[in-house]
Design a protein around this ligand. Sequence first.
Ligand code: ADP
Length: 541
Amino acid sequence: MQGLMMDYQLTLRPILERAYKLFPKREIVTKVGPAMHRYTYADLYQRTGQLAHALEKLGVKAGDRVGTLAWNTYRHLELYFGIPCMGAVCHTLNLRLPPDQLIYIINHAADKVIFVDQTLLPLLEKIAAHLKTVEHFVVMTNTPLQTSLPNALSYEELLAAEPTEYNWPDLPENTAAAMCYTSGTTGDPKGVLYSHRSCYLHAMSVCFGDGLGLTSSDIMMPVVPMFHVLAWGLPYAATMLGAVQVFPGPHMTPRDLVELIQAEKITITGGVPTLWLGILNLLESERYDLSSLRSMVVGGSAAPQSLIEGFQKKHNVRVVHAWGMTETSPLGTVCNLKREMFDLPEEEQYHIRAKQGIPSPCVELRAVDEAGKEVQWDGKAMGELQVRGPWVASNYYNDDRSVGRFEGGWFRTGDVVTIDEEGYIQIVDRTKDLVKSGGEWISTVELESAIMGHPGVLEATVIAVPHPKWQERPLALVVPRPNAEPPSKESIYAHIAPHFAKWQLPNDILFVESIPKTSVGKFDKKVIREQYKDYALPERA
Ligand code: ADP
């Protein structure tokens, strides 16, 4: 027997319309140069209508891919809604990718139009000749166009010529809405194609109290770029609720960000650990009022326990650890303590909060060993994390590399994890980053977290270096904290030794000025491994 409920389609249109009807005066704020651009959800709605008309005039049809090469701004938010709500696909382009990867992605997705921030024009001008499918470039600026791009148009002129009311189509919920490529740490990037339904449900999960707990009273600032997994769904979730949104634009230094938090009274924000480490370090020497901040979401790579503890103890800011991937929209797990854990000793609570958490409702996960068997939930047995759920990809976009990654209704993440008795996962490593030492595995993530707990360390990464006897051994690179007493190798070994078996300790620790980062701010282990592949490791006594 069928249930007798409406077959209501979960699309982005009602999200946009609700914000317009219920919160027309709520602000959307963007840092543009030294000034702030401020407008409201009513403005967003009306300009999104103009944008949809403009897209139609440019010949954009249902299902066409429309690229965005842009910082976190109100215009990018207009594209987030205008493109999918008129039936096309919003394809966010990672502005930090090398030119050959950008060319690959744009051609692979067959983008028809690209919207580009004025400041990013040089990037696009350099590759324009290699783009096979792009018919128009639309430059997002208020000033007269100055570009070598062929067929360039002005965003503001396009919008100004159009009416604000648009007759939004009723789309089936499985219509493609947005597209994002993985950052291609191995080989060419792979495309993930989100549907309206997956964006809608994922946005709801961001709002769950046990998710990221966003509410309509929040002032939300996505520090995570809008080209990185749709800024973790934060803009869709904030619009769903009518929360105030604050966009940092290209102003992403730790000082820019704390100034914004202080001035705009941000209550919730999200970003990768390297950014929060930078802010924590800045706060050692400069004072800012961060008292508005109730939640700082961290994900994308493992958050060291010292980061979570540092913000809580020194600045009373709650850091919430979450795990996800481009393929999982991204929210897969969130680390909130279960009620029964509230009375645990503080140290144990921090230990749990440094794990990646339990699966969000609607996401199922399991860890599977090399023999294909599910591993025990004992916090020790390691296995590859596999996930499934309504906002998990079922395939890559037109890509043979889907083979083997999506099996039996599960997505194989390539992350190695343990799961404890309470269901909290801990990422041990990415399969390809583990150090395979004499038949045993060493977690680079655990070593990094421990080293970053040393008070003299700003950043640390650990990689596998080939070794004649053990196959691979760990090497640590450490950036000392500026304005602090430089750490010695011995003191770092002494700091981490209690937490590891002797054979797990790095063979060497090198002090460096900086660590190469990926396009989304993670330690770029591929590049670092290449740099140190011939490094002659000393034996450790
Ligand atoms: P990229 O391949 O560019 O890093 P993603 O942003 O999709 O693309 O990265 C997903 C990967 O990031 C995961 O597979 C995992 O290895 C890592 N990751 C994400 N969040 C965390 C976290 N909280 N702790 C540890 N690793 C994480």
